[in-house]
Design a protein around this ligand. Structure first.
Ligand SMILES: Nc1nc2c(c(=O)[nH]1)N[C@H]1C(S)=C(S)[C@@H](COP(=O)(O)O)O[C@H]1N2
Ligand SMILES: [Mo]
Length: 370
């Protein structure tokens, strides 16, 4: 049995803390990922939260600190739904590891991303009720909203409960959800019940699960997962010697895509086969086009792209290609609406902690005559 009711073909990177992704074919075709397929990323043990006793604390630079039960949240604020893709910053790390070693990190494939229909209340409605300091709101770039959770990560230095932050501008922009529902059902414990943050367009790490406290403050969170982890270090930086604040904090997701079908290493008949995948542009941009090449990027074919199902969801794409006999590496690259595209090789974006592999999607297949 796969833990946490995940599908039987789940790729489990670690049982405790639980870290798992679906085989990539399971993500093909479906705009919304079912809960049993949705990836799971945890830095500590899954906490038991007593939903009756639980309260959300809203404090910091607010005029009216709040303490809200789920019932209060439901009664005081309008329920909203948000279709949003979550993507771990470690998605596709395995591709970086093939190019150069990365120590002590899970080799995530392209399945550390999934999409759900989330329900709950807008964070901005709750912050407005708390009366965010208007002076701050005018200078919102200089301020941050920190999220705190109870799960203690032993891997953190020093061991500490999980947390993170986002800029106040993002928090007030709308679309950041405090979610109690996932795909029309109550949010499962594994995915953050009773309440989690969903920060669409940002790396999954900011979508804090088992949320306990929201704090408006002048500085980003000093939590390990904001100040030390989820930072893009220069390629020559020794991660074991890194200090808090080194490198770039990751926030907005970068343009990315992956091939979900055929599986890497497939043996297929010579002739037509369908290539399918996802593309995701991240914060504030959309996918403009996806191209596929069978000859290492000399000639490109334009894939058929699904309509965008909302600002914050990935788009699936597909293309029927004609496979010649023998081995072929199929590559794909997405373009966003700012005409940015993906870099060719993983080594070009390699970094010591293995985040944000935005290089071309690749799958190697062999075609045989029937
Ligand atoms: N409290 C808490 N929230 C967390 C994490 C965690 O370990 N603890 N992991 C983060 C990371 S790195 C990701 S990618 C997403 C994964 O969400 P999921 O497990 O629901 O897929 O949750 C984020 N929120
Ligand atoms: Mo993540």
């Amino acid at each position: 049995m796969t833990p946490w009711d995940k599908r039987s073909d789940t790729i489990v990177h670690q049982v405790d803390p639980f870290n798992a992704e679906p085989p990539c074919g399971a993500l093909a075709d479906h705009l919304v990922t079912s809960v049993d397929t949705f990836y799971s990323r945890n830095h500590g043990p899954i906490p038991h939260v007593d939903a009756q006793a639980w309260r959300l604390h809203v404090d910091g630079l607010v005029r009216q600190p709040l303490e809200l039960s789920i019932r209060d949240l439901r009664a005081r604020f309008t329920e909203r739904t948000l279709l949003a893709t979550l993507q771990c910053a470690g998605n596709r790390r395995a591709g970086l590891m093939e190019a150069r070693d990365i120590a002590g990190q899970h080799p995530w494939g392209p399945g550390a991303t999934s999409t759900a229909q989330w329900s709950g209340v807008w964070l901005c409605d709750v912050l407005t009720a708390a009366g965010v300091d208007t002076g701050l709101a005018r200078d919102a770039d200089a301020a941050h909203v920190a999220f705190a959770a109870p799960d203690v990560a032993q891997e953190a230095d020093p061991p500490q409960a999980y947390g993170g932050s986002i800029p106040l501008t993002k928090a007030l922009s709308g679309d950041v959800l405090l979610a109690w529902g996932m795909n029309g059902s109550p949010l499962p414990r594994l995915h953050g019940a009773p309440l989690r943050v969903v920060v669409p367009g940002y790396i999954g790490a900011r979508s804090v699960k088992w949320l306990e406290r929201v704090t408006v403050q002048r500085e980003p969170s000093d939590n390990y997962f904001q100040a030390s982890a989820y930072r893009l270090l220069p390629a020559d930086h020794d991660p074991s010697a890194a200090q808090p604040g080194d490198g770039m904090a990751l926030g907005a997701v970068a343009l990315n895509s992956a091939i979900l079908r055929p599986d890497d290493g497939s043996v297929l008949p010579v002739g037509t086969t369908e290539v399918a995948g996802y593309a995701y542009a991240g914060d504030g941009r959309a996918i403009g086009r996806v191209d596929v090449s069978l000859d290492g990027g000399v000639c490109w074919l334009v894939a058929e792209l699904d309509d965008q199902a909302g600002r914050w969801a990935w788009q699936h794409w597909r293309l029927t290609v004609d496979l010649p006999p023998g081995p072929t590496e199929i590559v794909a690259r997405a373009w966003d609406t700012s005409a940015a595209t993906q870099p060719e090789q993983p080594i070009q974006v390699w970094n010591p902690k293995g985040y944000v592999n935005t290089s071309w999607a690749r799958t190697r297949v062999t075609a045989r005559l029937r």
